[in-house]
Ligand binder design. Structure first.
Ligand code: UDP
Ligand code: MG
Length: 307
């Protein structure tokens, strides 16, 4: 059986059309399928649309989270409840076209554990979003030891082996693209053209994107911490030379400036570096804190599925 996990956040406008096209693709497959909706605290009518779809189809189930936990956690909840041997992760706004699923499943049959969809084009997305995404993923690949494939979102197919492995990763900062890349196994890709959203607005505010970016970096790289240490060393070294120079001017040459500008520059510069270092340490500590609290990843208000 194939499970399709669909995170939903304020998708009332396009959801029904999307489900129609998804269903017509899925019925072409020779396999059984189930659809799992994860309502991530939508503020619109998405939940009632989902419930109606679930009463009309016996292989549709839903999980209603108690509030908005974010895209990555919503997918994680869906994965926990998926019963299929193969699980498809995709967005529910029509940006991940259902017709690619067949091709991805064919690839899986060739013996792959993960098939991710790689987008060749991105329509209707702002230049700023594309630019920041491209810079971010290139930097991320440089500073982490794992290869996170470029130009991919969470649209992918994974098998039971990968699902069980993901369940063993208890981290609270979910970054599934990174986590799945980290797992290893046999991974490959299929290309498609990414369309714009069919309806509604993006649920990814810049705030949420920055959060995701920071989670990705701190979960997979200690490089920012190292950067703080390195810049600390460089500053201390330059400061030391400056001290020698000042002492030389003061006692040997006996020519010296009142020293106000250099003093200010040093203080401001060092102060900046120190704050930077503390800030970065703080990022990690706040995440250690989150993990130590050991709260459940999500809470479910109601569901018609069994784990
Ligand atoms: N989503 C979610 N929780 C959120 C934000 C988004 O479950 O807090 C879902 C959303 O319904 C969609 C998918 O995650 O199915 C991708 O979100 P979106 O299309 O808003 O992101 P974008 O494509 O603009 O990056
Ligand atoms: Mg989208």
């Amino acid at each position: 059986m194939v499970s399709i996990v669909l995170p939903i956040y304020n998708e009332e406008k396009g959801l029904e059309d999307f489900i129609l096209s998804l269903k017509s693709e899925l019925t072409k497959l020779s396999q059984d399928f189930e659809v799992i909706f994860v309502n991530d605290g939508s503020k619109d009518n998405s939940l009632s649309i989902i419930k109606k779809l679930c009463t009309d189809h016996k292989n549709f189930g839903y999980i209603n989270l108690s509030r908005n936990f974010g895209h990555q956690i919503a997918i994680s909840a869906g994965i926990d409840y998926a019963k299929g041997d193969t699980v498809v992760l995709m967005d529910s706004d029509g940006q991940d076209p259902p017709f690619v699923i067949g091709e991805m499943l064919d690839k899986m049959n060739e013996g792959y554990d993960v098939v991710y969809a790689s987008r060749t084009k991105r329509e209707n997305e702002s230049v700023l979003k594309k630019l920041t995404a491209s810079i971010f993923y290139k930097t991320l690949n440089r500073i982490t030891s794992i290869e996170i494939p470029l130009n991919t979102g969470d649209f992918r197919v994974i098998n039971r082996k990968v699902v069980e492995a993901l369940k063993q990763m208890p981290e609270k900062q979910r970054y599934l693209r990174g986590q799945i890349a980290w797992l290893g196994f046999n991974q490959t890709s299929v290309s498609y053209e990414r369309k714009g959203r069919s309806a509604g607005e993006t649920g990814y505010t810049y705030r949420k994107m920055i959060r995701l970016a920071l989670d990705a970096i701190t979960s997979f790289s200690n490089w920012p911490l190292r950067l703080a240490t390195i810049s600390g060393f460089v500053c201390a070294f330059l400061g030391f030379i400056l001290i020698l120079y000042t002492l030389y001017g003061r006692f040997v040459l006996k020519q010296y400036e009142p020293g106000w500008p250099s003093l200010m520059i040093t203080i401001v510069f060092l102060g900046g570096i120190q704050l930077l270092g503390i800030g970065m340490i703080g990022e990690y500590i706040s995440r250690i804190n989150d993990n130590v609290k050991n709260r459940p990843l999500y809470l479910i208000e109601e569901t018609n599925l069994e784990k």
